[in-house]
Design a protein around this ligand. Structure first.
Ligand code: GDP
Length: 377
């Protein structure tokens, strides 16, 4: 239990390989993706049963959590063998997906993201929604650790039948993680989840990635020593559809309100993230629940507005194209580096560029030539 990423659930494939994301984080003791410490009998039922494409398809549509979790593991797999089934599955599920609101949530560690998601998620479940929580965690690819996953998170929400919480996929570059997260989103939607919360840590590139997969992007922040606005990058503020100042409780209420006015003043001069929508700052307390319903109302208003003017669907279409382009790029990069001639030449060319014997452009051309001559064989 001390090693948060070493717990292997029962749906781990027998031929599990490095890079196949099957570890669960510690702290979610009754997560919804098939690992229930106390339900040994249930585990036995699915153990070792190989699932065919149709089993996955039916299981996901029926919102069978164990099969959902296995389907997500399948789309997260790096193995070409799994990739084929995963692609087929996503293709089959696509017509059943999309009927949701996708909300991105970002903020620095400690801003209160998990507390906020716990409170908002429970509130939405009470309202009759089905809520899926996914994480895009850039740290997992950079450091093999996890900023988002190494603590007890969303304890009540994780036990609710109306909620599904999926830890971040690990390994690979952010782009790869994002592709997996998009496909995971499709699986959740096809299973009937109508609110998808995608959480990420505010460290730069990950916000842009998450922005490109959601309808509404929420920046969670807190009041500090008065320098929070200077520290906040303009670029990040311009991605947000709302800025929510969390921890507006106790002695912090006044400060939070001051910060809210300051944000509103600055937002006035910034480019809005969504055409025709004025990004504003709000306050809430994720601990007490104050302001949580209000932010949900803001999201409702946003949906009404963007669905009314056609921007909602336009953005989703643009995101689909972006997704396709990203997949092509990823594929090309992979086949380039897997190419035998490139592999052989790469190290030498790299050294020559490093030493200044050839220019980067010549180096690139040499490798491209090697690729092209070998690709035609
Ligand atoms: P994350 O790293 O962004 O996921 O932040 P957490 O949700 O783990 O919260 C960090 C700390 O802030 C925890 O100790 C929370 O209890 C606390 N916290 C979160 N939301 C609130 C809030 O609304 N009010 C107060 N007073 N504390 C909060």
């Amino acid at each position: 239990m001390n090693d948060p990423i070493k717990k292997r659930p029962e749906w781990t494939p027998e031929d599990n390989q490095e890079g196949f994301t099957t570890s669960l984080m510690d702290g979610i003791h009754s997560s919804h993706d098939g690992f229930h410490g106390n339900h040994q009998e249930k585990k036995v039922f699915h153990r070792r049963k190989k699932l065919e494409l149709n089993d996955y398809f039916k299981g996901v549509l029926e919102c069978n959590r164990t099969i959902m979790a296995r389907a997500i593991t399948l789309v997260e797999s790096h193995s070409p063998k799994h990739r084929e089934t995963a692609d087929e599955l996503v293709k089959k599920l696509l017509p059943h997906a999309g009927n949701s609101v996708r909300i991105g949530i970002t903020g620095v560690p400690g801003a209160g993201k998990s507390t906020f998601i716990e409170t908002l998620g429970n509130h939405l479940c009470d309202l009759g929604h089905k809520v899926a929580v996914l994480a895009v965690d850039p740290s997992s690819s950079l450091t093999k650790g996890s900023i988002l996953g190494d603590k007890t998170r969303m304890e009540k929400l994780s036990t609710r039948p109306e909620a599904f919480i999926r830890p971040s996929p690990s390994g690979g570059v952010l782009g790869g993680v994002a592709r997996k997260s998009r496909e995971t989103m499709i699986i959740c939607e096809a299973a009937g989840f109508d609110v998808i919360l995608v959480e990420t840590v505010g460290v730069g590139q990950s916000e842009i990635t998450v922005r490109s997969m959601v309808d509404f992007f929420l920046l969670l922040t807190i009041t500090g020593a008065g320098d929070e606005l200077q520290g906040m990058k303009k670029g990040i503020m311009e991605l947000a559809d709302a800025i929510l100042i969390n921890k507006a409780d106790g002695e912090n209420v006044k400060k939070a309100q001051t910060t809210q006015s300051e944000f509103n003043r600055i937002l006035h001069y910034l480019q809005p993230a969504t055409v025709g929508w004025h990004t504003k700052a709000y306050t809430c307390s994720s601990l007490s629940g104050i302001g949580i319903h209000e932010i949900w109302e803001v999201i409702q208003l946003f949906l009404e507005h963007t669905k009314g003017n056609g921007f909602f669907i336009e953005r989703r279409h643009a995101q689909a194209i972006e997704w396709m382009d990203a997949m092509i790029e990823e594929y090309l990069k992979r086949i380039f580096h897997e190419n035998k001639a490139v592999e052989t030449a790469y190290h030498g060319v790299r050294e020559s560029v490093k030493k200044g014997d050839i220019t980067p452009a010549t180096g690139a051309q040499l490798l491209i030539n090697a690729f092209e001559s070998n690709a035609q064989d």
